[in-house]
Design a binder for this molecule. Structure first.
Ligand SMILES: Cc1ncc(C[n+]2csc(CCOP(=O)(O)OP(=O)(O)O)c2C)c(N)n1
Length: 530
């Protein structure tokens, strides 16, 4: 078997069905091997999109997402998606072409050191050869899926694709995470002594799919729950313990709740989304995780690092007799947030546009969001019925995420309704991917909130009492036509126009752009100043 065939077969056997990327010359034997093995090579317009598609494939399927780029500029382009896989905790393997041994340290076209490039943004980076191939490929799969999941880079020297590989058993490079079990007594005492705990649920809990365990716990003890944006969907939003989402629109309303607590319980809470010290009052933190996390000096924090079943065993030690549940406070906060949002639904701003989408789209729609003011709004306002139905990046937070994320969701779930909401700035970063959508006929509905500006940055300028500067995207109209790269553009500048556009977009089984020309004024009132 050749190197290329060995890799393709290993990927297929692990369940991989897509490789995302843009080829260079040395990629050709690999692409041919993928094709023969039953793996489709999905060509993107920019490697950044390929990296993001691999990230989202990894998140949605649990099978590592695979992407590929050529030397130098291909590799640097793809790093945008790889950084995302690292900070949004997603299993990804990225292959890049590297110079052959004899050219590696020479001055030559496209040559940079990929091992150094990927070192800070991956869990591990390897350069493949025929001696290490079996270990590298097999252990990369395990490593990228281990806690926390993340990306692994494998450099493919340009001259090895046709060399022969002997299949042998991997001796493994893998390191397992270590658990800390030495503070059970401290954990139990914190739980027993707390009367007003608040549970903050984060990305790790969502990734581990702990919704049922959480519901069981809340069935035993009524405790307020707040979520980070990437944990949305883990708890139904009508649940009496659901209080709201941290960090996004109107999250300052939650302060009334957590200022009263005597213990913050971080349940699979990943500070990559929002550091504890940025919001918690001066109370102890009890942090349940699968991996030790860094805590700032001065924080009264106790970490319990172990498998999630053990978190819940310990949580059953809460002192039910003395717990005080602020049910009416939670209801008050939720009602107040709802009434503020409702106040913005009668004109065509971002809240009005989102309301039409929520009214018209099936409940189980997969929504992908880009990064900007619109994400802050979606994070709080978009009612999310289950995990996996709202896909965002809040660890890496790269603009341009929404469109490739939607394409990836649609490829993996061909029958799902998939919608991307993006700002116009984020759209422009990935506009070339509209042709990818068309090429693979991915019937994604791309909703562009067109306000002509980088709104979130403009808002931050205004907080400093500075004029808007360097944030204007265009004068007049974004598209200036009713088609873009062969895809229909439906224009909406009113609530009624938006409703008509959404209904039309749902009725055709092809990619569609809705150009929602919104008044961005709402954001000024809804984005929380931090
Ligand atoms: C790749 C990247 N570049 C820059 C930023 C910083 N940034 C965050 S939000 C934002 C503005 C986004 O504008 P737009 O896409 O129009 O969305 P809006 O804020 O208007 O909703 C910028 C520049 C980022 N997060 N990612």
């Amino acid at each position: 078997m050749t190197v290329a065939e060995y890799i393709a077969n290993q990927l297929f056997n692990q369940g991989v069905r897509y490789v995302f990327g843009i080829p260079g010359g040395p990629s050709i034997p690999y692409m041919e091997a993928f094709r023969s093995a039953g793996i489709e090579f999905i060509l993107t317009s920019n490697e950044a999109a390929a990296g993001i598609m691999a990230d989202v494939t990894g998140r949605l399927t649990g099978i590592p997402g695979i992407c590929h780029a050529t030397f130098g500029p291909g590799a640097t382009n793809i790093t945008t998606g790889i950084g995302g896989a690292l900070l949004d905790r997603s299993p990804v393997i990225v292959f890049t072409s590297e110079m052959s041994d004899n050219m590696l340290n020479r001055t030559t076209q496209m040559n940079i050191n990929h091992q150094k490039l990927f070192e800070p943004i991956t869990k591990a980076t390897y350069r493949l050869n025929t001696d290490n191939i079996v270990n590298v490929i097999q252990s990369s799969f395990r490593l990228c899926k281990g806690e926390y999941p993340g990306p692994v880079h494998i450099g493919l020297p340009a001259d090895i694709s046709g060399m022969t590989v002997e299949d042998k058993i991997s001796t493994g490079y893998m390191t397992e995470s270590t658990y800390i079990h030495n503070n059970r007594d401290k954990v139990i005492s914190l739980l027993e002594n707390s009367r007003r705990p608040v549970i903050a649920v984060g990305l790790t809990a969502a990734r581990l799919g702990l919704g049922d365990e959480l519901l069981l716990l809340l069935g035993m003890y009524k405790i307020p729950v707040i979520l980070t944006p990437m944990a949305k969907g883990i708890l139904p939003e009508e649940h009496p313990c659901y209080s709201g989402v941290l960090f996004h629109s109107l999250s300052d309303y939650l302060e009334d709740l957590y200022q009263k607590t005597d213990l913050i319980i971080g349940l699979g809470y990943d500070p990559v989304e929002f550091n504890y010290e940025s919001w918690i009052p001066d109370v102890p933190v009890l942090h349940f995780d699968t991996r030790e996390t860094d805590m700032p000096a001065g924080l009264n924090a106790t970490q319990f690092i172990g498998p999630s079943e053990e978190w819940f065993e310990l949580l059953y030690n809460l002192n039910s007799g003395s717990l005080i549940f602020e049910g009416s406070l939670i209801k008050g906060i939720r009602d107040e947030m709802a009434s503020v949002f409702n106040g913005f639904t009668s004109h065509f701003g971002p809240v009005g546009a989102l309301k039409v989408l929520r009214d018209e789209l099936p409940e189980d729609t997969i929504l992908t969001a880009d990064v900007g003011s619109h994400l802050h709004l979606i994070g709080q306002y978009w009612d999310t019925c289950e995990s996996g139905k709202l896909i965002m990046t809040n660890g890496w937070s790269s603009m341009g995420f929404g469109i490739p994320a939607a394409m990836s969701a649609q490829l993996n779930y061909p029958d799902a309704t998939v919608v991307c909401v993006t700002g116009d700035g984020g759209f422009l970063m990935m506009a070339g991917e509209i042709i990818t959508m068309r090429r693979y006929n991915l019937p994604v509905i791309v909703v562009v909130f067109s306000d002509g500006e980088l709104n979130l940055i403009k808002i931050k300028q205004s907080w400093k009492e500075l004029p808007a500067y360097g944030t204007l995207l265009y004068q007049s109209d974004l598209f200036g036509a009713d088609e873009f790269l062969g895809i229909k553009v439906l224009n909406a500048d009113s609530i009624e126009g938006m409703r008509t556009a959404v209904i039309e977009a749902l009725s055709v089984n092809e990619p569609v752009i809705i150009n929602a020309v919104i008044d961005p004024e709402d954001y000024k009132w809804l984005i929380v100043r931090r």
